[in-house]
Every structure is written in structure tokens, then in C-alpha cells.
Design a protein around this ligand. Structure first.
Ligand SMILES: [Zn+2]
Ligand SMILES: [Zn+2]
Length: 345
């Protein structure tokens, strides 16, 4: 099968072609696993964190990709509840132990044995992949393969971020960064919290214009002052400056949720500008969002289907994965980038 593999870590600036197209054996599903023929796989900013070593894969080479959609084409022994031909999606959560205190409490995203698709095991930048049957999710009929892919990470983690932000209808929400996740959060908020106003802080003029098209009431750069203080802000940037700026924009009791698996080091000194009375006092909260649980994925897919949530996608062939990653790094984004592996079926 064809796959884009990562064999060596390093900065994208030094190696703009980190993935190479390779011919690999088609994987066999083990007991309890299914194999899917991948039709589409979303491209996520986390892939840059893997390639550049901020969340390094434990073994190389590895096939990246954790927003895979495809049809089941083989079953390992003992699999029940899924049949060949079913259409399923595989998100970032590939497996968790099921026994630790986090798993037992439904927080399998915090499990110490959490395994991530496309980092700890081979993912969806390939024509086939295997996954434990219990960690594959049926895709609602209304979505095409390409439409469904970004829902699996950008959408599901956006949903979890919004839950952690504790937004109530009518409260104002800020989004810093406006990529695949941000644009889905904005659409979700407009559906679920119709009286909430959404403010978008983004560096690129393209992202700001796109946010206004989708209904943001105000857009600016991360250091611009919004016309009102905000109840919650979700940060999806790779940098620290926007975090410090966001804290200044929160109202008393406001919540900042950082949705980034890792932050880059280059502007870390921005943290020295933190001013306690201005930025943290009056019970402001800072929380990160880590991974996703299966319940986030399933709840979000149901919600997305019910509200007919449409992702704005840019489709590319598998072999263009490096180009997609370079554009992501340069923030040449409009919605979500998705690799297409086979013709629609
Ligand atoms: Zn992701
Ligand atoms: Zn566990």
C-alpha cells in the first residue's frame, strides 16, 4: 500500500519534505481490531509537533494522521458490532487501558497508557490502517468522507474545549487562532449558543476575513483590544504571546482554555509580561485541553449531524502531505486540510 512515512524528526524550515511516499505491506488486524481502507485523512497541527519533536513518536518510521475515515475491509478475531463495509472514523485516541482511575471515571483522555493514532501507532496517511474496534466510530450518513475527516480531531477537540470553557448562551467567547478547530467551534457556537458573540484574534488577514464571513462579530490581532471583556477564550495558537494577551481580555471569573498539545519555545519570554493583578486576579482560570475521550468524538459527531455542520475543507492528494503541512505552518489556512486517498465510494 502507499503511505506517507516520517523517518526523521527535525524543524520543517530545515527539511521542508519530512514525509516520504513509501510502499508498505497492508497491515493485518489483530484480535479485537479492524482494518479500514482509508478514504480521507485530515491534516492537523499536531503533526507539526510530531515532526518537529515537541511530541515525538516513540518509534520511527511512523505513518502520521489521526482524522481517518474509511470503510472496514477486514475484521480481526472476536470483533463484534462492526461489519465489513461499515464506514468509520479513527480519531487521536487509539486506545486507553480501561482500568486506571481516569479511564474508570470516563477521562480516558488522561490515561497514562493513552495511545495516540499516527504517533504511537501508524495512522491514516496511508491506504490502509488497523485500529481496535472499540475505538472506531461510525460516521453519520450526511457527511462525505472528506467532510467527516476534520470533525474527528479539529471538531471533537473543539467540542471538548467548549465544554471546558463552560460557556453559557449569551456569554461572549474569544478564539485566538482560527484554523481547522476554530472555524468549527465558531459554527458550533452559532448553533448551540445563538446569543453569544464570538471574537476572533488571528494574525493573518485571511483568517480574520474568513472568521467574519462565518459570523464573528469582531476580529483583530491577538494584541488588539476587543470592545468588551470576554467570559471565555479558547486558544489554538502554537505561541505564548496570545495566551498572555488573552488573559487581559477576560472578565472577572473568565476562563482561558489552551487547546495546543505543545507550545513552541520561540516567544516563551512573553510569559514574563504576566501581571498578576491585571491578568490572573479576580478568579480567572487557565486550563489546558488534553486529547479527546471517545465520548467527545461520539457526542460531537451526533451534534454535528443534527446541526448539519459543514467543515470548510481544502482537499489534497496523499502525496501532497508535505505541502499541506508547510501551508499549515505558514498559516495559509482556510478551514481544514484533508488528504484524499481514494475516489469517493
Ligand atoms: Zn489533531
Ligand atoms: Zn487508563
Amino acid at each position: 500500500m502507499r503511505a506517507m512515512i516520517l523517518a526523521k524528526l527535525g524543524p520543517l524550515d530545515e527539511n521542508p519534505e519530512p514525509l516520504t511516499l513509501a510502499e508498505l505491506p497492508v497491515p493485518e488486524p489483530r484480535p479485537g481490531e479492524i482494518r479500514l481502507r482509508v478514504a480521507a485523512c485530515g491534516v492537523c497541527h499536531t503533526e507539526l509537533d510530531e515532526i518537529e519533536g515537541r511530541t515525538p513518536p516513540p518509534r520511527l518510521p511512523v505513518v502520521l494522521g489521526h482524522q481517518a475515515v474509511g470503510r472496514v475491509d477486514a475484521l480481526g478475531s472476536g470483533v463484534q458490532g462492526i461489519r465489513e463495509g461499515d464506514r468509520v472514523g479513527v480519531p487521536w485516541i487509539y486506545s486507553a487501558c480501561g482500568r486506571c482511575k481516569y479511564c474508570r471515571a470516563g477521562n480516558e483522555n488522561l490515561c497514562p497508557w493513552f495511545q495516540a493514532t499516527g504517533r504511537d501507532v501508524d495512522g491514516g496517511y496511508a491506504e490502509f490502517m488497523t485500529v481496535p474496534a472499540a475505538f472506531a466510530h461510525p460516521i453519520p450518513e450526511i457527511f462525505s468522507d472528506v467532510q467527516a475527516a476534520p470533525l474527528l480531531c479539529a471538531g471533537a477537540i473543539g467540542y471538548r474545549s467548549l465544554k471546558l470553557a463552560g460557556l453559557q448562551d449569551g456569554e461572549s467567547l474569544g478564539l485566538t487562532g482560527f484554523g481547522a478547530s476554530g472555524h468549527l467551534v465558531l459554527k458550533m457556537v452559532r448553533h448551540r449558543f445563538p446569543h453569544s458573540r464570538v471574537y476572533v484574534f488571528a494574525r493573518s488577514a485571511g483568517e480574520r476575513a474568513f472568521a467574519r464571513e462565518l459570523g464573528a462579530v469582531w476580529t483583530g490581532d491577538s494584541t488588539d483590544e476587543p470592545p468588551e471583556k470576554l467570559a471565555a477564550i479558547i486558544d489554538t495558537t502554537p505561541a505564548w504571546g496570545p495566551v498572555v494577551a488573552a488573559l487581559q481580555h477576560l472578565e472577572p471569573g473568565g476562563r482561558l482554555v489552551i487547546n495546543a498539545i505543545r507550545k513552541e519555545e520561540r516567544d516563551k519570554d512573553a510569559l514574563l509580561r504576566l501581571d498578576y493583578p491585571r491578568d490572573l486576579w479576580l478568579e480567572k482560570e487557565v486550563k489546558s485541553v488534553a486529547n479527546v475521550a471517545r465520548s467527545d468524538v461520539r457526542e460531537f459527531l451526533a451534534l454535528a449531524a443534527e446541526s448539519r455542520l459543514e467543515s470548510e475543507v481544502q482537499e489534497l492528494p496523499l502525496a501532497a502531505a508535505n505541502q499541506a503541512l508547510r501551508e499549515l505552518k505558514a498559516r495559509k489556512i482556510r478551514g481544514a486540510k484533508v488528504l484524499r486517498l481514494s475516489s469517493p465510494g
